[in-house]
Design a protein around this ligand. Structure first.
Ligand SMILES: [Zn+2]
Ligand SMILES: [Zn+2]
Length: 117
């Protein structure tokens, strides 16, 4: 991993905190995420989510490194989806860590492993 900016560290810490909060809830009591993290929505574009091109985790457009999978995305165009598309996208468990990820993702947002094969 390279050096993260303070802003990226802040986002990463927030994400880890949210992930920890979510994991503290027993799986059967979890409710689907209907409001993905607010920092995924640039002000003025409330209906679009910006996603990492590798793991399809919600990111801020300006980040150079994905806070989920850790990939350098400074030279990659982020994937954009509407909120409805993002919520409806099929999710399947990662074969490595078992956490849910978008089926279309190339990389698991939780463990960072390549899940294409
Ligand atoms: Zn990513
Ligand atoms: Zn994984």
């Amino acid at each position: 991993m390279g050096t993260l900016t303070d802003e990226e560290k802040r986002i990463l810490a927030e994400l880890q905190q949210k992930q920890a909060e979510r994991e503290a809830i027993p799986p059967e009591e979890r409710i689907p995420i209907t409001h993905p993290d607010k920092y995924a929505f640039p002000i003025g574009i409330p209906d679009n989510v910006v996603l990492c091109p590798y793991c399809l985790g919600a990111i801020e457009e300006k980040v150079r490194r994905c806070p989920h999978c850790g990939r350098d995305i400074s030279h990659e165009a982020p994937v954009e989806m509407t909120l409805a598309e993002y919520q409806a996208a099929e999710r399947i468990p990662c074969p490595f860590c078992g956490k849910d990820r978008l089926k279309l993702a190339k990389v698991c947002p939780s463990c960072g492993k390549d899940v294409r094969s």
